[in-house]
Design a protein around this ligand. Structure first.
Ligand SMILES: NC(=O)C1=CN([C@@H]2O[C@H](COP(=O)(O)OP(=O)(O)OC[C@H]3O[C@@H](n4cnc5c(N)ncnc54)[C@H](OP(=O)(O)O)[C@@H]3O)[C@@H](O)[C@H]2O)C=CC1
Ligand SMILES: CCCCCCCCCCCCCCCC(=O)[C@@H](N)CO
Length: 359
């Protein structure tokens, strides 16, 4: 008796049946069940990867906080060039009017409007709510909100004024919560919309000199992830943008007091132009991508820090799976070089201090 016959006769003996083919229906049932389980598992894996329908910017109402300068102004221009109606929100009225004029140059039809409203997005929720109401009365419901108002301070932890920690959380974090809170109900009712948070590469990695700034940008990621899970069934998509250093009045201001370490470390990913950044982040928001990164370092940082953040396309998911280990390996070298920058700067400072004393 061959081993196969021995095996089938053991099974048939064991099940008290006289022929193994009586098992055939059960085997078929098992196979079908396995297929169903595999199919359901596949559906579960694929369902978060299905991309949303792109937003049509032509005729849409886009509100840009921080739209009077730098990245925000370029985002407004980018949306206006695609036919959107724009509301610019910031504090300084002169800067707002100046920005309005610049944006209006890029009109593609004579119906387009640029509205300016002055408010501090971080101080009082009811004021922000009012501003959004005014904007909706004039230009209709908000289709896309861009939270770009923000500011930065760099300096060693013990040298940053204590009240700056609060200030940055207020402007960068609460200043994004308030406008979002003011638009969300209408977006949910209309079952459509886009919300962008402008974080920073310093919202993905904590760096020397950014003990006050980084946490306020990390916070946006937590807000964005939680909010996205709530509003995805309403067809509203959240985008978090992580730009590197970008050539804006804000960066020029920050550079005046930037520690040498922070400057040397930030130089790793170079300086971008705000119109380039705007093109990329607007494209990602239109497509409904959760993550928007700029440049090769930005791409690596985003893949590396994706964690449990939402995925918006099959390619994105696959790229993250495949590249994670490799990018962590590269990251170890970066971290080593950052440590050595910090050490070298410290030694240099100490040497110049002792030299000063001797003189
Ligand atoms: N430039 C860079 O290197 C990078 C910048 N970012 C982020 O991008 C965003 C824009 O930066 P950038 O273009 O450089 O900045 P700018 O300083 O050039 O512009 C900031 C804008 O925000 C407005 N703003 C600031 N505070 C408030 C407030 N409390 N209420 C309402 N509006 C406010 C400003 O207008 P006003 O002062 O009149 O209110 C201005 O329109 C910021 O969130 C920044 O953190 C991220 C990565 C890199
Ligand atoms: C595989 C791993 C790759 C790692 C690459 C790491 C690169 C780190 C560079 C960080 C630059 C931080 C810029 C902050 C810009 C900013 O927000 C302020 N300028 C605002 O004014």
């Amino acid at each position: 008796m061959s081993s196969e016959e021995a095996f089938s006769s053991t099974i048939t003996d064991w099940l008290f049946i006289n022929s193994w083919w009586l098992l055939l229906p059960f085997i078929m049932l098992l196979v079908v069940a396995a297929f169903i389980v595999a199919f359901v598992l596949l559906l579960y894996m694929i369902s978060p990867l299905i991309s949303p329908k792109p937003l049509k910017l032509n005729g849409a109402h886009v509100v840009v906080t921080g739209g009077s300068s730098g990245i925000g102004k370029c985002i407004a221009v980018e949306c206006y060039r695609q036919g959107a109606f724009i509301t610019l929100v910031a504090r300084d009225e002169d800067k707002l009017l100046q920005a309005k004029k610049e944006v209006e140059k890029f009109a593609i039809n004579d119906k387009q409007v640029v509205l300016c409203i002055s408010v501090d997005v971080s101080s009082d929720y009811s004021q922000v709510e009012n501003v959004i109401k005014q904007a909706q009365e004039k230009l209709g419901p908000v289709d896309m909100l861009v939270n770009c108002a923000g500011t930065s301070i760099s300096g060693k932890f013990e040298e940053v004024e204590v009240d700056r920690f609060k200030k940055l959380m207020e402007v960068n974090y609460l200043g994004s919560v308030y406008p979002t809170r003011a638009v969300i109900t209408t977006m949910k009712e209309r079952r459509m919309g886009r919300i962008m948070f402008v974080s920073s590469q310093a919202g993905q990695i904590g760096l020397f000199g950014y003990t006050a700034y980084s946490p306020s940008k990390f916070a946006l990621r937590g807000l964005a992830e939680s909010l996205q899970m709530e509003i995805k069934p309403y067809n509203i998509y959240v985008t978090v943008a992580y730009p590197p250093d970008t050539d804006t009045p804000g960066l020029a201001e920050e550079n005046k007091t930037k520690p040498l370490e922070t400057r040397l470390i930030s130089e790793t990913s170079g300086v971008c132009q705000p119109d380039q950044v705007a093109k990329i982040v607007v494209r990602d928001a239109v497509q409904g991508n959760f993550n928007s990164s700029v440049g090769p370092d930005g791409y690596m940082l985003s893949a590396l820090t994706c964690g449990m953040s939402p995925v918006t396309s099959i390619t994105e998911g696959l790229q993250q799976i495949v590249t994670m280990g490799l990018f962590r390996t590269i990251a170890l070298f970066y971290l080593g070089s950052f440590d050595s920058i910090v050490r070298r700067c410290m030694i240099q400072r100490e040497q110049s201090k002792t030299a000063d004393k001797r003189e």
